[in-house]
Design a protein around this ligand. Sequence first.
Ligand SMILES: Nc1nc2c(c(=O)[nH]1)N[C@H]1C(S)=C(S)[C@@H](COP(=O)(O)OP(=O)(O)OC[C@H]3O[C@@H](n4cnc5c(=O)[nH]c(N)nc54)[C@H](O)[C@@H]3O)O[C@H]1N2
Ligand SMILES: Nc1nc2c(c(=O)[nH]1)N[C@H]1C(S)=C(S)[C@@H](COP(=O)(O)OP(=O)(O)OC[C@H]3O[C@@H](n4cnc5c(=O)[nH]c(N)nc54)[C@H](O)[C@@H]3O)O[C@H]1N2
Ligand code: SF4
Ligand SMILES: [Mo]
Length: 703
Amino acid sequence: MPISLSAPAPVMSQVPVGSATHCPYCALQCGMHVAGGEITPREDVPANAGALCQKGWTAAELLSSPERLTTPLLHGRPVPWDEALDYAAARIRALQAEHGPDAVAVFGGGGLTNEKAYLLGKFARVALRTSQVDYNGRFCMSSAAAAANRAFGMDRGLPFPITDIGRADAVLLAGGNVAETMPPFVRHLSAMRARGGRLVVADPRLTPTARLADLHLQVTPGTDLALALGLLHIAIAEGHADLGYLAARTTGFEQVRTSVSAWWPERVERITGVPVAQMREAVRILGEAPRAMVLTGRGAEQHAKGTDTVTAFINLALTLGLPGGEGSGYGCVTGQGNGQGGREHGQKADQLPGYRRIDDPAAREHVAAVWGVDPGDLPGPGRSAYELLDALGTPGGPRALLLFGSNPAVSAPDAGRIARRLAGLDLLVVSDFVLSETAAAADVVLPTTQWAEEAGTMTNLEGRVLLRRQAAAPPPGARSDLEILRGLAERLGWGDRFPADPRTVFDELRAASAGGLADYSGITYERIAAETGVFWPCPDTGPGGAPHPGTPRPFLDRFPTPDGRARLVPVEHRPAAEDVDEEFPVYLTTGRVLAHYQSGAQTRRIRPLTEASPEVFVELHPDLAERLGVGPGDLVRVRSRRGSAVGTARVSASIRPDTVFMPFHWEGANLLTNPALDPTSRMPEFKVCAAAVERCDDGERVA
Ligand SMILES: Nc1nc2c(c(=O)[nH]1)N[C@H]1C(S)=C(S)[C@@H](COP(=O)(O)OP(=O)(O)OC[C@H]3O[C@@H](n4cnc5c(=O)[nH]c(N)nc54)[C@H](O)[C@@H]3O)O[C@H]1N2
Ligand SMILES: Nc1nc2c(c(=O)[nH]1)N[C@H]1C(S)=C(S)[C@@H](COP(=O)(O)OP(=O)(O)OC[C@H]3O[C@@H](n4cnc5c(=O)[nH]c(N)nc54)[C@H](O)[C@@H]3O)O[C@H]1N2
Ligand code: SF4
Ligand SMILES: [Mo]
């Protein structure tokens, strides 16, 4: 394998061991020590600097939980590892022999380490030769990624260190509820406000985050694109456009100026429900701040027009002259633990490692050389996450699915339909450490090790590559995902290409990423440990060269576009894919609560978290509740064109009267959501669909 890197000779053991690691959950990747089942926060990691949220504090409970899987299951029956892997490999071979390579699909996750994400993508392309691979990151930040690529030529969640937020003078956060989704993030916003900076939050709900804000824009779900166009219209009209910056660092302003001219404030108020005076105030706050940031979360992004919505917010940031400055910029507040790294190493349908495009001949040649295969043997781009899940078991679709690090039976849009697709497969193989709803439907369940029992790297929301050390011994019986991939590869005749130790995989990843946008080749486990993380891109500087320092602020001097300039792209507002009508008169939006994580597979098995947040609820305004005859604690049924679900009513004046909110941590919310996809990012419309709500007197939980 032609790997030649001038890395310093390894000084650590092959698998770095030690108590200093990072949280298993979100993209903040709070630093923590894990020792003897006890968790203490680390002070040396800037993202959390000594803080953790409730999920982080209790994360060790699942390591020793009785619900932990330690034996492979074949059709529900405990079997030895060899039997489970032999069965899976034999079925894969038979299905591919009969239907071709694309009969087997792979689905990954943004919680997987860089090493796992890399090896999974390689496994799909080399051992299976399938084009049918994608991952749950499509459901997460893909709209922001598509918009950032279009505007800046590169997508790195926050293109600045998180501590820069504390140095800003104003922040607009559109559709993010960080007080619940990454609580230590609030410290950075508080640092900004303590210096006199001001916070504007756009959310249909007065969330704990919106309560911290100086100004809350209570936007109608699905209308952020109009809001951003309106803010830009006002910013230009009131002289806040930074013409010097626009001339020096961007292209496309004139077209965008023309395109927003029709988005006068009163028109935007009619669409968004945000009063003109508040829009003007928001623009004043941003426009008058010496340093300002525009940030987006899933509330603005998870729409069938998410890419254009984020583009409109980026246009606003560019017009104000923000991206590239210190303490200024645009950023996407992503997501899963390795939501950033997970999109760089090739588990996405159209990608190869290093954030390379799979349809780029030079990229194919480079990666094929690292993998020791012919570029012509690498498959082309496959289906996006929802399209892949929706094709399973259908004529012409994959017959088998290998799933690592996702629970789509709960988290996919229109999940009832996806559960039927999963049931129609000839083979479903799931690697997990608990019996998630998806694993419960699998033919083969492979019990895997957990975060604190493994080593590997994670790239946090700032683009900082971090090291997870092995802090605890795995239980007998569990195997790492890398070992599982190797075990399957051996049985498919590719064992020698699939190392199972993380450092070897990382060194191969470095070589595969070298020269790509997300270049990790200058990053080593030793450097990460010594520097508490290294920002990509960080190319290898060759023998004898001074090491590259990493890139905390990649847009400081130029943008990675062909002409070095950021691109403003004109976009137009359009209504939600499914608007309200007589039959389905309220907007349903979905999201998160503090105590639970994602599909809940992990946190619903941790007692303090289920005590804090025991069940699915439906948040609705007192006016709507009164009209429906619903009181707090009553069961209500929510119906959409796709299904119906029941939850406990939470009556609260903090939500818009035309909107109800459900968390998706339990089965229910996604029986309702609309899988309409963004044309560019293929992001589903999780954040808005039309629903009907009624009192439910029969006590039935999920109908
Ligand atoms: N506790 C907890 N923390 C998490 C996670 C978790 O599951 N639980 N998951 C992690 C992951 S993977 C992610 S992606 C992040 C997500 O982090 P966030 O983006 O902060 O989370 P959400 O709750 O999905 O959505 C944020 C807000 O969007 C609002 N919203 C809904 N519709 C709209 C709309 O149309 N416009 C606007 N402007 N706002 C809208 C919702 O009311 C909600 O308050 O959190 C990470 N952290
Ligand atoms: N309605 C609605 N739906 C949504 C969203 C929303 O806002 N609203 N948000 C979307 C977003 S942003 C996201 S990110 C997705 C997330 O939703 P999912 O993709 O379902 O994510 P998780 O629930 O984290 O599932 C991870 C699964 O893998 C297991 N696991 C964790 N780590 C590992 C590992 O290292 N290896 C292996 N083999 N398994 C592991 C866990 O036990 C769990 O069963 O949900 C999306 N769905
Ligand atoms: S904020 Fe995120 S990374 Fe930090 S402790 Fe909570 S879940 Fe873990
Ligand atoms: Mo996410």
